[in-house]
Design a protein around this ligand. Structure first.
Ligand SMILES: NC(=O)C1=CN([C@@H]2O[C@H](COP(=O)(O)OP(=O)(O)OC[C@H]3O[C@@H](n4cnc5c(N)ncnc54)[C@H](OP(=O)(O)O)[C@@H]3O)[C@@H](O)[C@H]2O)C=CC1
Ligand SMILES: O=C1O[C@H](COP(=O)(O)O)[C@@H](O)[C@H](O)[C@H]1O
Length: 496
C-alpha cells in the first residue's frame, strides 16, 4: 500500500460496540488496519454501549471477538499496539444527559469519527446527545449504517435528524459493497481499458446479470430481517450500488461528487415498476426447509423467533430497465436470495451476437461473448471468447471452441491479501474521503424506486413463492428470463 499514515490522528468512536456488526466486522477490520500499520499512532478507539463495563473488560471482549472473527491468530505486536488504543464509555444512547460521561474520553483537538453501528432509529438520539455534550464541530465525521429507514419517508426523517447537526460533507453513509476490491475494480475495468470503455452500451451489450446469492439464512436476526426483507436488506443498497457502477457515465474525476453525481443519474433513470408491469418484472420468494451444503436447514417460517404467517421475501429477482441513451433496450436482471446453494456474487455482461455467422458449417449458432466479473468468492474477471481449435481442417469448416481468458485475483496477486470491505471503508473515513460513501440524494432516489415496487406488490395481493433452501430460488425467476429467450448464468462455483 502507498498510504503511510498520511492522515491525522482521530478519536474513533464506535457506538453499538457490543452489537453483531461491531463484533463480527468492525473490530476485526480495525485490528487488520493496525496490523497493516495504517492507523495513526495517536488514534484512540472508544467503544460505546449501554452496559457498565471496565476498560479492561472491554479490551478482553474486543480480543475475544477479534480472535473469533478475524480467522487467524492475533499478532502479539499488533495486538499490543491496538489494545493500548482502546477505551470504553457506558452511554444509554437515548438519554441526552448520559453523553457528558462521553465528553471526558474525547480530545477536541483531534478529528472525531462517530461510527453509528446501532439501529438507525436512534441515529437522531445519538446526534442530539453529542450536541448536548458540546462535542460537535465541523471536523467531526459521522458514519451511518444501512438500510437508512424503511422507505423514502422514514429515510428522510432519519437523514433530517442527522442533518440538523452535521453537514453532508461530514456524513459517511456506508454500503459495504463499495469497499469490496472487486466492486471497486468495476471502475478500473470500465475506465482504464479502452476495450471495454468503447463497447459499453446498447450497441454492443445485449443484457447484464447481477447475482448476489447467499448460503446463509437470516442468522438469528429475525427481528431486523422480517421488517426489512431481501429488497431492503440487499437490493435497495448493495445491488443498486453495483448497478450504478456498471451503468454510470464516466465521472470527470475520481472525486467523491464526480462519482456520486453520475451514480445518481443512473438511479434517476431507473424505469418505475408499478402495478401494470410488476408481475412481468419481479419475482419474490421465501425459503422452505431444505439442505444447504449437505446440512439440513429450517425454512424461513421455522427460524428462531419467527412469526409463522410472515410474507417477507428472502429472495428477489428483478428485470430492471434504464431510461437513458446508453442503456436503451438493455435489460439488467438482478437476483439475490438467502439460503441458496452457495455464496456467490457475480456480474455477467452478455455482449450482442455477431451480425453474421461465417462459421455456419462448424458452429451453427455463435454464442455471445461474456464478461464475467466474480465479485466473491474466487475473485476475478473472465472473458468468454471463440477460438479456433488448432489443426489442419479446411477453411470453410474451421473448428471453433468456446474458451476463457481468466484473471484470477488469487493467482495474479498472490502476495496481496484481499482486505475485507470494512477495512477499506474505515480507512477512507479516517482519511476523510467520501468517494466510497453514498450521498443522501442517492439513498433517496433508490428508496423512491424501491417504494414503487412495494406499492405494486401490495396492489397485487400476491405472496412470495416458496423455494426450497439450497436451490437458486423460485422457478418463476427462471421463467422471467426464459420468456425473453435468456437464462441465468450458471455459476461455476454454484455447481461444486
Ligand atoms: N449485522 C450485520 O451484519 C449488518 C448490520 N448492518 C447495520 O448495522 C447496524 C447495527 O446492526 P447490528 O450490529 O446487526 O445490530 P445489533 O442489534 O446487534 O447491535 C446494535 C447495538 O446497538 C446498541 N443499542 C441499541 N439501542 C441502544 C441504546 N439506547 N443505548 C445504547 N446502546 C444501544 C445495542 O445494545 P444492546 O446490545 O445493549 O441492546 C447493540 O449492541 C444496523 O443499522 C444494521 O442495519 C448493516 C449491514 C450488516
Ligand atoms: O448488508 C448485508 O450484507 C450481508 C451480505 O454481505 P456479504 O459481504 O457477506 O456479501 C447480508 O448477509 C446481510 O443480511 C445484509 O444486512
Amino acid at each position: 500500500m502507498v498510504l503511510e499514515n498520511s492522515f491525522e490522528p482521530c478519536d474513533f468512536v464506535l457506538f453499538g460496540t457490543k452489537g453483531d456488526l461491531a463484533r463480527r466486522k468492525l473490530l476485526p477490520a480495525l485490528y487488520q488496519l493496525e496490523k497493516a500499520d495504517l492507523i495513526h499512532q495517536d488514534t484512540h478507539i472508544i467503544g460505546v454501549a449501554r452496559d457498565d463495563m471496565s476498560v479492561e473488560d472491554y479490551v478482553a471482549l474486543a480480543k475475544k471477538n477479534i480472535e473469533t472473527f478475524s480467522g487467524s491468530p492475533l499478532c502479539e505486536e499488533a495486538w499490543a499496539r491496538f489494545s493500548a488504543r482502546l477505551d470504553y464509555v457506558q452511554v444509554d444512547m437515548k438519554n441526552e444527559k448520559a453523553y457528558n460521561a462521553f465528553k471526558e474520553h474525547v480530545d477536541s483537538s483531534r478529528t472525531m469519527v462517530c461510527y453509528l453501528a446501532t439501529p438507525p432509529s436512534i441515529y437522531g438520539d445519538i446526534c442530539r446527545g453529542l450536541n448536548a455534550a458540546g462535542v460537535i464541530d465541523p471536523s467531526v465525521r459521522v458514519v451511518l449504517e444501512k438500510p437508512i429507514g424503511h422507505d423514502l419517508a422514514s429515510s428522510r426523517v432519519i437523514n433530517d435528524q442527522v442533518a440538523e447537526f452535521f453537514e453532508e460533507k461530514q456524513i459517511y453513509r456506508i454500503d459495504h459493497y463499495l469497499g469490496k476490491e472487486t466492486v471497486l475494480n468495476l471502475v478500473a475495468l470500465r475506465f482504464a481499458n479502452s476495450i471495454f470503455a468503447t463497447n459499453w452500451d446498447h450497441n454492443c451489450i445485449d443484457h447484464v446479470q447481477i447475482s448476489v446469492a447467499e448460503s446463509v439464512g437470516i442468522e438469528g436476526r429475525w427481528g431486523y430481517f422480517d421488517e426489512a426483507g431481501q429488497m431492503r436488506d440487499m437490493v435497495q443498497n448493495h445491488l443498486l450500488q453495483i448497478l450504478t457502477l456498471i451503468a454510470m457515465e464516466p465521472p470527470t474525476t475520481l472525486d467523491a461528487d464526480s462519482i456520486r453525481d453520475e451514480k445518481l443519474k443512473v438511479l434517476k433513470a431507473l424505469r418505475p415498476i408499478n402495478a401494470s408491469n410488476v408481475q412481468a418484472n419481479t419475482v419474490r420468494g421465501q425459503y422452505t426447509a431444505g439442505f444447504v451444503k449437505g446440512q439440513e436447514v429450517p425454512g424461513y417460517l421455522e427460524e428462531e423467533g419467527a412469526n409463522t404467517r410472515s410474507t417477507t421475501e428472502s429472495f428477489v429477482a428483478l428485470k430492471v430497465e434504464l431510461d437513458n441513451w446508453r442503456w436503451a433496450g438493455v435489460p439488467f436482471y438482478l437476483r439475490t436470495g438467502k439460503r441458496m446453494p452457495s455464496k456467490v456474487s457475480e456480474v455477467v455482461i452478455y455482449f450482442k451476437r455477431q451480425p453474421h455467422n461465417l462459421f455456419q458449417e462448424s458452429f451453427p449458432q455463435l454464442p455471445p461473448n461474456k464478461l464475467t466479473i466474480r465479485l466473491q468468492p474466487d475473485e476475478g474477471v473472465e472473458v468468454t471468447v471463440m477460438n479456433k481449435v488448432p489443426g489442419l481442417t479446411g477453411s470453410k469448416a474451421m473448428d471453433l471452441q468456446k474458451s476463457k481468458l481468466n484473471l484470477s485475483f488469487s493467482e495474479a496477486f498472490k502476495d496481496d491479501r484481499i482486505a475485507d470491505a470494512y477495512e477499506k471503508l474505515l480507512l477512507e473515513v479516517m482519511i476523510g474521503n467520501q468517494a466510497l460513501f453514498v450521498r443522501r440524494d442517492e439513498v433517496e432516489a433508490a428508496w423512491k424506486w424501491v417504494d414503487g415496487i412495494f406499492a405494486a406488490w401490495e396492489s397485487t395481493n400476491d405472496e412470495p413463492e416458496p423455494y426450497q433452501a439450497g436451490t437458486w430460488g423460485p422457478v418463476a425467476s427462471i421463467a422471467m428470463l426464459a420468456r425473453e429467450d435468456r437464462a441465468w448464468y450458471e455459476s461455476k462455483i454454484g455447481k461444486k
